[in-house]
Design a protein around this ligand. Structure first.
Ligand code: DGL
Length: 279
């Protein structure tokens, strides 16, 4: 491949950065084009038709621009929009649900699997279907957590409010003796500390991002789409309030960014924090 086409990664907001971060660390040659649909966040309470329209617009834009593959770093989009979009576009589309379901079963030593997710993802039943397709009859307990995404977007993931909400949401999981819990929304890894405080210490929290990144790596290899040249800058874009995305990219991904043509670009990989962290 002659030019470094990018991996499109999208979410309703900042949550997908938890996936982008893994991709950047584990596939350091690849460059990411991140899109945060902050104009429409939160996606969770919206009807499926809205999510399909938003995800469709974002994916088609990626395809028109520079994407060789797209990761829906949004569980809700993965649950309700990806299957149809995969029929329409001819680049690989990777979602959160199946890799997350498989990772949870691998991590589990038995008993029910818990899923913490947004209202829409819970309503879709996608995780329960994916888990039970792999292991028929395995009990799945889903809990929707409507307060979490607004708290993370507002930077209050470490607040008393977040802990109170977490205690309320995990209660049915504790009652059912769930020992493996999927973080079924990409915003929730930001709440890792709070969730660990609210759950028994033996609970295993499964962030699907790791399995999603491994699947992306496999697909790039199988289709000969890996980039072998020197790493190009990542690109970050938001549909509203780019300042919030900029602050999150700097803080969470440890990247230096510069604004240009209403987008943010990371410094060349050699200069940025991740490169240093990789050694
Ligand atoms: N982070 C997204 C997800 O994984 C969506 C969060 C939202 O906007 O409700 O589902």
């Amino acid at each position: 491949m002659a030019s470094p086409e990018r991996i499109g990664v999208f979410d309703s907001g900042l949550g997908g950065l938890t996936v982008a971060m893994r991709i950047a660390q584990q596939l350091p040659k690849e460059s990411i084009h991140y899109f945060a649909d902050t104009l429409h966040v939160p996606y969770g309470p919206r009807p499926d038709s809205d999510i399909r329209a938003f995800a469709g617009g974002i994916v088609r834009n990626f395809v028109r621009q520079d994407a060789k593959a797209v990761v829906a770093a949004c569980n809700l989009s993965s649950a309700v929009a990806l299957e149809d979009l995969a029929q329409e576009v001819d680049i690989p589309l990777i979602g959160m649900i199946r890799p997350g379901a498989r990772a949870a079963l691998e991590a589990s030593s038995g008993g029910p699997i818990g899923v913490l997710a947004t209202e829409g993802t819970v309503r879709s039943g996608a995780y329960a279907r994916a888990i039970q397709a792999l292991e028929p009859g395995r009990p799945v307990i889903q809990v929707s957590c409507p307060n979490f995404v607004p708290l993370v977007e507002a930077g209050r993931y470490d607040s008393d409010e977040a802990l109170t909400a977490a205690r309320m949401y995990v209660f049915p999981l504790i009652q059912s003796r769930v020992r493996t819990v999927i973080l079924g929304c990409t915003h929730y890894p930001f709440l890792d500390k709070i969730l660990r405080a609210a759950l028994p210490s033996t609970t295993v929290l499964v962030d699907p991002a790791e399995a999603v990144t491994a699947q992306l790596a496999r697909v790039l290899e199988e289709r000969d789409l890996q980039w072998h040249g020197s790493p190009a800058p990542h690109q970050f874009e938001a549909s509203a309030d780019p300042g919030r995305l900029e602050a999150a990219v700097k803080r969470w991904m440890g990247l230096k960014v510069r604004a240009e043509n209403s987008r943010l670009w990371s410094a060349p990989a050699e200069d940025h924090g991740l490169a240093a962290a990789r050694g």
